[in-house]
Design a protein around this ligand. Sequence first.
Ligand code: 6YU
Length: 521
Amino acid sequence: MTPLPNLEAKIVIVGCGISGIGAALKLIKNGFKNVRIIEATGRSGGRIRTGRLGSNIVEIGANWIHGPSQGNPVFRLACQHGLLDPADTTEENQAMDVGGHPPWVPTFLRSSGGEVEPETLAPALEVFSQVMETVQGFSSSGGGEPVASVGEFIRTELPRLAKDDWMAQGEGLWNLRMSFVNTMLKGECCINGTPTMEDLSLRACGLYQTLPGLDCTFPRGYEGLVDCLMRQLPEGTVAYNTPVCKVHWADGKHTGTHPHTLSQAHTHPVQVECASGEVFPADHVIVTVPLGYLKKHHTTLLSPPLPGHKAQSVERMGFGTNNKIFLEFAQPFWSPTTEVIYLLWEDEEHLRDTVPNIHTHWARKLFGFTVLKPTERYGHVLCGWIAGHESEYMESLPEAEVLNTVTQVLRRFTGIPSLSVCRMLRSQWFSEVYTCGSYSYPATGCSAVDIAHLAEPLPPAHTHTQPLQVLFAGEATHDSYFSTVHGALMSGWREADRLIAHHSSASASSSSSSSQLSSKL
Ligand code: 6YU
C-alpha cells in the first residue's frame, strides 16, 4: 500500500506568480492542509499582468501561449476554463510547428521613409534563418561550438554566406539587407530576453524547446487564467503586500540565525521573515521569486546564504529586459493584412544589435511593432518591442518623452509628418522592484548544469537530521521551457511533486521502522 504523506506539514510559498499558484494548488489538491503563499505586492499573477489602454485590454507581461497544444498545460487549462477563441484551439492550429517564430505577415519600413518589398529582403531572411538553424544544431549536438555566443557566431558566419551574392546586386541592396539583419538581431534580443546576442550562449541556447501549435492570446486577458486558478485556492491562502526579506534555514554548519525562540526553530526548521517583522515558521519553503530578484538579493535573502555552486549559477544565468510600448491610433497607417511592422535603419554599422549612444539613440533598439488583432476587438493598436539596456533606459524617461521619440521615429519611417498617437502605455519591468527585468536566458558561459543548480533544493542532500527545507521554482528553473508561463507552471508542479514524494517516502520509512519496532516488541 502507498504510504500517506504527512499532510500537516507547514509549507510556505514565496511569490504568487503562476509557479507559486501552481505549486499551492497541487499541494492542496493532494491533501496538504497548511499551505500559505506570501506575496510582496498587492496582486496575484506576477509577470502575467493584463492592463488597459483606454477601453482595450493589453498584456503588460506575458502575451502568448507559446505552442498551444496538448503538451502545454497552460493551453489545457485555458481550454478547460473556456478562455480561448475556439478558432485558436482547432486540431490544425495545434499541429502547426512554427519553431517559436509564428509566420506573421510583415511590412518593412525604411529609415529614409516608405516601404520595402518583402521580396527584396527574402535572400536576407533566407540566410538569417539558415544561420539560426545552424545555431540550433550546435546546441542539440552538445558541443563543438567555434565561439561562445550566438552573436559572435552570426557576425562571422552571416557575411561568409551572404557577401558575394548580395554584393553582386549592388551596394544599396547589400546595405538594405544588412539593415534587415540588424532588425532581426534586435528582434531576437526581444524573443530571448538578452541585451545583445553576444550575451546568449551558443552552447546553451538550444536548451529551450518549442512545442507545436500556433501561438495564441487570451481574448479577455491572460490574467483570466490566474483568476480561474485563484478561485480554487481556499480563502486566506495568500498574504499580500508582505515582502519576504529573509529565509532562515539550517545547513548544519552555521549556527542558527532564526529570529524565533529556539523551541519554534526546533519544531519548524525554516523561518520566513518578512519586512513587516512577521515571521512564518515552516517545514518547507518554495521560493518562486524571479531570477532577476534573486540575482540582486540572494546574498541576503537566504541565511545561511546559498551554497557556492548555486550562487555562481544564479550569477551566471542571464535575466534580461524586454518591454512593450503600446500605441493607439485613430486610423491605421498599415494595411489590414499586416501583422508585424519592422523598422530598418539604413545608416547603422552592420551586424550590430546595440545603439552607439543609449541617451540619444535608444529608440533604434525597437525592432518594430506587432499589430493587435483582430481590429474589431482592439481598434488600431500597435505594440512596440524593445529589449536590453536601451529598454531599461527607456523606462527611466518621462512618458511624454517616450511618446514624442516614438512618434518622431514613426513619422520618419512612414513619411507621414502628421502622424499622431492617441494613447500610449509602456511596461517598465526592469524598475519593478520584485521582478528586476523580464525573463531568463542562458547567458554566455552557461550550460544545462546552471539551470539544474537553480532548481536544486536545500540542503542538496537531505538526511534525517538535515531535512528538505528550501525548494526553488519559477520560470528560470525549468530546464527546457524557461522564460515562459508553461515553464513556470510546470516548475511549481515539479516542486509540489518533490514535497509529495518526500512526505510519502518519509511516512514509508517511519511506518516501516515502526513496524520493525512492533515486530521486535
Ligand atoms: C509566455 C509570453 N512574454 C513578456 C514580458 C514578460 C514576460 N513571458 P512571477 O514573476 O510571475 O512571480 C513571482 C512572484 O514573486 C511575483 O508575484 C513577485 O511579486 C513575487 N516576489 C518577488 N520577490 C518577493 C519577495 N521578496 N517576497 C514575496 N514575494 C516576492 N511567457 O509564456 N508567453 O508571451 C511571454 C513575456 C514583457 C515580463 C513574458 C512570457 C514570461 C512569463 O511571464 C513568465 O515566465 C512567468 O509569468 C513567470 O512566472 P513565475 O511564477 O516564475 O514568476 C535561448 C533561448 C530562449 C528562448 N526564449 C524564448 C521564449 C520566449 C519567451 N517569451 C516571452 C515573450 C513574451 C512576449
